[in-house]
Design a protein around this ligand. Sequence first.
Ligand SMILES: *[C@@H]1O[C@H](CO)[C@@H](O)[C@H](O)[C@H]1NC(C)=O
Ligand SMILES: *[C@@H]1O[C@H](CO)[C@@H](O)[C@H](O)[C@H]1NC(C)=O
Ligand SMILES: *[C@@H]1O[C@H](CO)[C@@H](O)[C@H](O)[C@H]1NC(C)=O
Ligand SMILES: *[C@@H]1O[C@H](CO)[C@@H](O)[C@H](O)[C@H]1NC(C)=O
Ligand SMILES: *[C@@H]1O[C@H](CO)[C@@H](O)[C@H](O)[C@H]1NC(C)=O
Ligand SMILES: *[C@@H]1O[C@H](CO)[C@@H](O)[C@H](O)[C@H]1NC(C)=O
Ligand SMILES: *[C@@H]1O[C@H](CO)[C@@H](O)[C@H](O)[C@H]1NC(C)=O
Length: 342
Amino acid sequence: MADYICLFNKDTLIIKPSKKSPLFLRTIVLLFAMVCGVYICSICIKQIGTVTKMNIQVIGSPSPDTNIGTQLEPQIPILHYPKPETFSRGECTQNPVRFFVILSMQRSGSGWFETLLNSHINVSSNGEIFSAMERRKNISTIIQTLEKVYSLDWFTSASKNECSAAVGFKWMLNQGLIEHHEEIAEYLNHRGISAIFLFRRNLLRRMVSVLANSYDRYAKLLNGTHKSHVHSPIEAAALSSYKPVINSTSLITDLREVGSVAVKALEYFNSTRHIVLYYEDLVTNRTKLKDVQEFLGIPRLKLSSRQVKIHKGPLSDMVKNWNDVNKTLSGTEYESFLRADY
Ligand SMILES: *[C@@H]1O[C@H](CO)[C@@H](O)[C@H](O)[C@H]1NC(C)=O
Ligand SMILES: *[C@@H]1O[C@H](CO)[C@@H](O)[C@H](O)[C@H]1NC(C)=O
Ligand SMILES: *[C@@H]1O[C@H](CO)[C@@H](O)[C@H](O)[C@H]1NC(C)=O
Ligand SMILES: *[C@@H]1O[C@H](CO)[C@@H](O)[C@H](O)[C@H]1NC(C)=O
Ligand SMILES: *[C@@H]1O[C@H](CO)[C@@H](O)[C@H](O)[C@H]1NC(C)=O
Ligand SMILES: *[C@@H]1O[C@H](CO)[C@@H](O)[C@H](O)[C@H]1NC(C)=O
Ligand SMILES: *[C@@H]1O[C@H](CO)[C@@H](O)[C@H](O)[C@H]1NC(C)=O
């Protein structure tokens, strides 16, 4: 914002009064500059006002997800009119585009969530683009990649191109986000990008999914191909037939570590416009999908996904050394993870 003001004022000051009536012209230029200055200041103050309001609400709510409704009302997403280099937006040139990013962790339902979003005719969520190491090598390669995504010049099977009303991708916390959090938070704010945090409450179930997925990377249970997401109950059953052993010695430390990364991310990106979602809520409460569409400011449609959940049923059936795990977590803050359904 500050940049724009400076530029603007410089431009107005550069205008040279003509020789005929210098005093008159100078007065007009001066008055014009003053009026513009006052106008810009009033806009700045308004924006600063809404930003602080948002932060206070987020801090003030004991559990961010219970207050989503009240967080939303005062803020609307910033509207953009990108001009892609690689194609013309055609009939949709006049349609505004919202920018978003899904901030999440592996095995927290973000793949499923993304297929839901992409079932919306106007949403392009371009997958986990920073899984490629060379794109997150340093902050300049990160910004370059982001610029391409938000100018609509990034193409994946999800791209809706000219008639996208919301464009984004999913970004895992361990893909350079925490490491470069300062620059990235600044970029998100500067470019008017909204963040969708997606976490999983049951970190034990997440751990089972991580272990099974990393086992399948080598074992390739589905006819020799590794799959992280499946589309049929048969495939799901094949993948969940593997029961991981959980290291009960390091279990509590491991759970604590994962939880603290999520808390850190929320802190680092607390200044961005954001919403916090939990996988468990999305599974049990489809109203949450309406909240997301409202947050993004896109027409509300019914969203659907063909993905099938891999690990179904009680956790005790999915872990080889269940008794150890049960004993380790009983009586701790993580005890509820043993029984929860999702
Ligand atoms: C970032 O990485 C790119 C690609 O390897 C390199 O060309 C560039 O100089 C690096 N920039 C910085 C600031 O380190
Ligand atoms: C959504 O996409 C449809 C079809 O491409 C287009 O006609 C419509 O204008 C788009 N809506 C918005 C809000 O961009
Ligand atoms: C493996 O391949 C066979 C034959 O192509 C097919 O019938 C079967 O369903 C596949 N199994 C899985 C788990 O995909
Ligand atoms: C389990 O974790 C402990 C503590 O971090 C470690 O010393 C041990 O080697 C681990 N056991 C296995 C089988 O990985
Ligand atoms: C945001 O997080 C930072 C870093 O932890 C903290 O210092 C700051 O007080 C927080 N600000 C708001 C408005 O939440
Ligand atoms: C479902 O989500 C909506 C909106 O987030 C919330 O108001 C409602 O209480 C939730 N319903 C249940 C049963 O949790
Ligand atoms: C955990 O162990 C306790 C005590 O042995 C048992 O009562 C309980 O049913 C077990 N919980 C689960 C979820 O298996």
